[in-house]
Write a protein that binds this ligand. Structure first.
Ligand code: C2E
Ligand code: CA
Ligand code: CA
Ligand code: CA
Length: 275
């Protein structure tokens, strides 16, 4: 039994070694991916519940790697964060989203996801300013989506940066609301322009009635604060009707559209009202 146990341990060790190696290769390729132009952006529409009209799009990064195929942002974003690459990658994403949105046939808003590490980077404000200047996009059309983690270890610095961003006319949304810590105090310490309700609450079925109660409570909170609430991950007509009845002002999800490449956005903007 003992020998077997040791062999098992050695096997476990080499499996771990292989995993570390694979991760290292992925990280190396991630570093080269920017120069190799392996990143693209796709855009997912956000629809106003009352009018059924598209109000804007969220940009989402895609990595089409020569060595790894299509890699999910759920995999490469954390890797980009831990390796420090997120600053350069995030800047590329911001610039590209602003430049592509500036060419849309209608001046709808463009929401860009921003990592905590980007916000605390000393060059962040300059990056935003550069993206707006280079693209010619009106600041009012740009929206940053940040998660609570941005403010988690905050000594006030991140808040100061976000206030400065907001002073230029750029809007700031709280993403994945309800999944982090002390969300309510975050709303109290910064004037967010929008709350995005995490899809786990939106898609909770009838056997999870608390999901619906949470959506309702957040929508009521947004209403009281006078800001929009977006229900994320809406996949069915039933969910659309439910979040609309519960007071969400916007929806986003596969029901309306999957994220689409830039060349399809013009056509998507011509679509008749949803809902
Ligand atoms: P997120 O910001 O919460 O984005 C929403 C995710 O849900 C996206 O996944 C989107 O494709 C997916 N989604 C939208 N509608 C539906 C639906 O109806 N059903 C389901 N099942 N999923 C839906 P994606 O594109 O894989 O992105 C995952 C996460 O990666 C994002 O979550 C965001 O945290 C991060 N991410 C993506 N692009 C960027 C970026 O440019 N910068 C940063 N910092 N993070 C990014
Ligand atoms: Ca987001
Ligand atoms: Ca989200
Ligand atoms: Ca998320």
């Amino acid at each position: 039994a003992r020998r077997h146990g040791r062999g098992g341990f050695r096997f476990f060790e080499s499996a771990m070694e292989a995993q570390i190696q694979a991760r290292r290769r992925l990280e190396l390729d991630l570093r080269r991916a920017l120069t190799l132009r392996e990143f693209t952006l796709v855009y997912q529409p956000q629809v106003n519940v009352a009018t059924g009209q598209i109000t804007g799009f969220e940009s989402l990064l895609r990595w089409n790697s020569a060595n790894h195929g299509t890699v999910s942002p759920a995999t490469f974003i954390p890797l980009a964060e831990s390796s420090g690459l997120i600053t350069a990658l995030g800047a590329w994403g911001l610039r590209t989203a602003c430049c592509e949105a500036a060419r849309w046939p209608r001046p709808l808003s463009i929401a860009v996801n921003v990592s905590a590490m980007q916000v605390v980077d000393p060059g962040f404000l300059a990056t935003i300013h550069g993206a707006l200047t280079e693209s010619g996009l009106a600041p009012e059309r740009l929206e940053l989506e940040i998660t609570e983690s941005v403010l988690l270890h905050d000594d006030g610095a991140a808040l100061d940066v976000l206030r400065a961003v907001r002073d230029t006319g750029v809007r700031v949304s709280m993403d994945d609301f309800g999944t982090g810590y002390s969300s309510l105090s975050r709303l109290h310490s910064f004037p967010f322009d929008k709350i995005k309700i995490d899809q786990s609450f939106v898609r909770a079925g009838p056997d999870h009635p608390s999901g619906r109660a949470i959506v309702r409570a957040i929508a009521a909170l947004g209403h009281a604060l006078g800001i929009d609430t977006t229900a994320e991950g809406v996949e069915t007509e039933e969910q659309f009707a439910r979040v609309a009845a519960d007071g969400c002002t916007e929806v986003q999800g596969y029901l309306i559209s999957r994220p689409r490449p830039p060349e399809e956005i013009g056509e998507l903007m011509q679509a008749p009202a949803f809902g």
